[in-house]
Design a protein. Sequence first.
Length: 620
Amino acid sequence: MTHPARLLAAAGLLLTAHAPPHAPCPPGSAPARDSLPLVHPNDNRIPGGRWHGDTLELSLEVRMATWRPEADSGPTIEVAAFAEAGHDPEIPAPLIRVPAGTTIVASVRNRLPDSTIAVHGLSTHPAARGDSLVLRPGTSATVSFAAGAPGTYLYMAILGQHDFERDDEREQLSGALVVDPPGGSPPDRILMLNIWGSTIDSNTYRNALAINGRSWPYTERIEATVGDSIRWRVINGTGRPHPMHLHGFYFRIDELGHGLTARTLLPDERPMAVTHRLSPFETMAMTWVPSRPGNWLFHCHIGFHVVPEARLNPPAPDSHDRMAHDPTVHMAGLVLGITVRPTPGAIEPARGRPRRMHLFVQEAPRRGRAPRALGYVLQRGARAPAPSSIEAGSSLLVLTRDEPTDIVVVNRLAEPAAIHWHGIELESYSDGVAGWSGAGAHLAPSIQPGDSFVAHLTLPRAGTFIYHTHMNDIEQLSSGLYGGLVVLEPGRRFDPRRDHIFVAGWDSDGEPVHLLVNGDSLPPPLELAAGVAHRLRFVNIGVAARWSFAVYRDSALVHWRRLARDGADLPPAQALMAPAEESLDVGETRDVEWVPEPGEYRLVVSHPRDPAWSQVVRVR
């Protein structure tokens, strides 16, 4: 993991400290451990502070508290937390939300008994740098600053003795700071990610991964109606990246920020996406419109952040939680549930006669480093594939835009299965989250051994997509249960001579990560025709990690034209010629067009620090 202090510096949050005025610690300011106050999960609806004309006065303190990130009666941890003076401690920290032109006067007291804190982000926004408050135990300071430009920001405190290289995560001390434009903002919600973690032993890491102070299945349920315009400000208050994925719909990215900065994107810069990587301490404003009713999810796509082991008290190694039908059991952590109601009186449109395909979930004898050898195998012709056969990288599925398609998923494993059609606009019941997808009492089941499930797909756009397991994620993903899905325009046929897909996944669930592309680690040379347009489709569907896809001639990058992100065409300002390198986080796809000249090239897939996979490309 990258040193969070460096990440803070890059975000403009780790700033030059100055000595604040100090005040003596009042008697009784450090409560006994058995009388710690209880943390209140902050849904970021009610701003803190008191108004005096155009000035917001806010009195904050950092104190020890008891946090229940799961159920109200669930397990507890003792944490340092922000509170408004006279109020319950909160995670996330109290919301600061003001109109542009506001002066903010904020006092901060350190009521921790034995830790110095450094408070960042209480300064005018945006700014490349700003002052931090360094407070020893029992001391306080007051700052006054203009709120600055409209945007989504954050503030946070860091325990002064914390060593980010060695110590556990303590990222629950962050909160939202939103500056609204004159006249106000349209109605929105603020979603903040926080992490606390602690190493128990060499095999156990106890952590709390929260959205607005709660972990799934205790996170808030968002309710909406078909046709609503939903606006979210999503803030990563942690030192880790989080690729945030929305099931079933695209969202438009309207604003991006980092620490003390925020920038509203111009209309022709705003991409549509189903997954966006929130870098450490990054903020995002997004808008989406649900067009179909049912239950949906918004979650981090790093497998380790959404599996049962992400609970504060993880299940035993031999637990069956990973394969339970109930999503409150087989998922945890950074997950938000969404229920979309139908428009009153809406009539479901008629569906034409569907094309029918059969897809088998299969297991072969174990090979390589993977825990198992699993795969999705498409039936071709009249006979089903042999039960123990799999294809490297699973079968590529090729569908046609607007053509109704039923995919019969047959489970030949000895355990339950589920397929999520990632990035695809479809009915909720077919989305692939067992026990959640659907509506009311009509919820999709897990696919039991020997049973099948019919997914109804009618895809409204052409592009590059993914299908993958949504159960026992880490083991099944790193064993091969993922594949690429290409949707073509009507009348088009998939031509592998000019259309090339590269699906990156893991071949193990441990360290170091072993990368496969299209199920192979040592691919043969790729032969391409010169002078014609080749479409390259890139997919990252490992358990975690960001990968860079690039094409080199000798040691120099070539150039290609960017076409699409997550299956959606890029806005004009981004659909340009560019150096041939695209970085994808887990759950993302990219499409580019390359017209190569004769010669020999290298297609390289790598982690930013370590080359991981390469293929020779010969162009004639």
